[in-house]
Write a protein that binds this ligand. Structure first.
Ligand code: GLN
Length: 551
């Protein structure tokens, strides 16, 4: 029988419910259990694909092309399982299914209502992950208890316990215990209120994860236990950790996994946390500082680049480096270059993005990195702006551009594929999900991956224009990876440069804390070379890549 853990949040949003759920997932996996994870999001968008990153942070892409909530990135990184579109459901997608069924006449003339039709559809979504290969499903309910739009979800998870049996379900509620400066005290009242709210929906939490700045006292823990009617072992404290990868260890020390396993009758399973402890130790012991400039359009909301940041951190963990990110607003690059302010960076990352704003700054940053031997990694739009810089400034193709930014450019080095030209619907018109690429033997990219056929995830409309391919290949720029049919350019790299590599894909979605994405790993190695004041040359990178390829 598959067991279910539901994670809800109270008091405020942004408490790290996703991280708490992921950490619990990791702990259960470390006991040998097979864990699946999913997120239910109460907003009305059918998926986050159409949302501005300022609104909702990064859109995380799954292998099967799902455009999903960024918490799925945490799930994949912590539990180390590739998820699918089925791991994310929004109110919008749930209503769409119910309304489509109503139009088909599936409800046989009945009045279609939130209860039971919407709640049944929510339960169907939860059940999609049930299989013989899964022991525990962790379902995070997005939003905060008390929100209007969360109600159908709370009702559905309440009913769920009745449907599958009390002993197969556990409710974990994540709350905030704030510190009130003037009185010098931590306060339990918000937790009490949010548990009262949850109970008013018929859900009594089995465990409460108290987020706090500083550790909470045993007195406070007993108070919460008493007032919220949760056994004291079920009240666990997740005080702010130095690194997010520490959270599984914190929750384990607090006894959360033991408690949950007891509750769900999962038996006495031995836990092997040694690999995770080793990982956290590496994070703590990082002794070299590397300054990476991240040139973006949404830099005021770092969550918009969550997977990129985590991939940099994974590479840092691998090399024992502490990554210091310099958030650079793309529109300010040209002014900063004039003031010589990018000179001190050890590496530059140009991440993905949409729309014209800031693009010229990104092109300028790519060019500066190229001319000044600064390691530079371009991701999706990042590869496109590298291509534009090179076309304009090395190949002499004046005003070369992507037709996304200048539909009348004389040199459309980045353009829509024929098949995408007439599409007007904004949903699902992109190249989405995992695509295989064939790498060029002996190229830097192939050496980084340690293999010649690789799969990475995509999310874009525009592509390198094949009409210009020969012009590029006759120069120092190599096409180091392409689609198996040779039509699409997937990776580019520059000869005679420490590291100037772009990919049309988003390798950041597959990076793991203990298995950094190969391009990020070698990029950081190259940036460390610059940080140490030695100009890394090809052989040392190659040696590093060879040494780490099969690690
Ligand atoms: N805007 C570009 C395109 O659609 C790049 C997208 C991205 O960086 N994810 O092709």
């Amino acid at each position: 029988m598959t067991k279910h853990i539901f994670v809800t949040g109270g008091v405020v949003s942004g408490l790290g419910k996703g991280l708490s759920g992921s950490s619990l997932g990791r702990l259960l996996k470390a006991r040998g259990l097979r864990v699946a994870m999913q997120k239910l999001d109460p907003y009305l968008n059918v998926d986050p694909g159409t949302m501005n990153p300022f609104e909702h942070g990064e859109v995380f892409v799954t292998d099967d092309g799902g455009e999903t909530d960024l918490d799925l990135g945490h799930y994949e990184r912590f539990v180390d399982e590739n998820l699918t579109t089925n791991s994310n459901a929004t109110t919008g997608s749930i209503y769409s299914s119910v309304i489509a069924a109503e139009r088909r006449g599936d409800y046989l003339g009945k009045t279609v209502q939130v209860i039971p039709h919407i709640t049944n559809e929510i339960k169907r979504r939860i059940n999609r992950l049930v299989s013989d290969d899964v022991d525990v499903i962790i379902t995070e309910v997005g939003g905060t208890v008390g929100d209007i739009e969360i109600l159908p979800f709370l009702e559905a998870i309440r009913q769920f316990r009745l449907d599958v049996g009390r002993n197969n379900v556990c409710y974990v509620h994540v709350t905030l215990v704030p510190f009130i400066g003037p009185s010098g005290e931590q306060k339990t009242k918000p937790t009490q209120h949010s548990v009262t709210e949850l109970r008013s929906r018929g859900i009594q939490p089995d465990a409460i994860v108290c987020r706090s700045e500083e550790p909470i006292s045993s007195h406070l823990r007993r108070k919460i236990s008493n007032l919220c009617d949760v056994p004291v072992e079920g009240v666990v404290n997740a005080a702010d950790a130095r690194s997010l990868y520490e959270i599984p260890l914190v929750l384990h020390n607090e006894g959360l996994d033991n408690y949950v396993c007891d509750l769900l009758g999962l038996g006495e399973l031995e836990i092997d946390l040694a690999p995770w402890q080793a990982l956290v130790k590496r994070v703590e012991e990082a002794d070299t500082s590397v300054r990476i400039g991240l040139i973006g359009k949404y830099v005021s909301l770092p969550d918009a680049y969550l997977s990129v940041v985590e991939s940099l951190n994974h590479a840092g963990i691998h090399h024992g480096a502490d990554i210091e990110i310099e958030w650079i607003q793309a529109e300010e690059v040209e002014g900063m270059l004039a003031a010589g302010r990018l000179r001190d960076l050890d590496g530059i990352v140009i991440p993905g993005g949409f729309g014209e704003r800031g693009v010229e700054g990104k092109i300028a940053a790519a060019g500066y990195a190229r001319e000044h031997n600064i390691p530079c990694l371009g991701l999706c739009l990042g590869m496109q702006v590298m291509t534009i810089d090179y076309a304009r400034n090395v190949l002499g193709l004046a005003n070369a551009n992507s037709t996304e930014f200048d539909s009348r450019t004389l040199h459309p080095v980045i353009d829509l594929m024929e098949s995408q030209r007439d599409v007007t619907d904004m949903g699902g018109t992109m190249r989405l999900g995992a695509y295989v690429a064939q790498l060029k033997p002996g190229s830097r990219v192939a050496r980084a991956y340690g293999e010649e056929v690789v799969s990475e995830r995509h999310r874009h409309r525009y592509e390198f224009n094949p009409k210009y391919r020969t012009r590029f290949e006759e120069s120092d720029l190599q096409i180091s990876g392409e689609s198996p049919d040779g039509r699409l350019v997937e990776f580019i790299e520059l000869d005679n440069h420490p590291f100037w590599i772009g990919t049309q894909a988003h390798p950041e979605f597959k990076s793991r804390p203990d298995r950094p994405a190969p391009l990020f790993r070698d990029f950081i190695s190259s940036a460390m070379g610059r940080a140490e004041g030695r100009n890394p040359q090809l052989p040392s990178i190659a040696a590093d890549a060879a040494a780490t390829a099969d690690s």
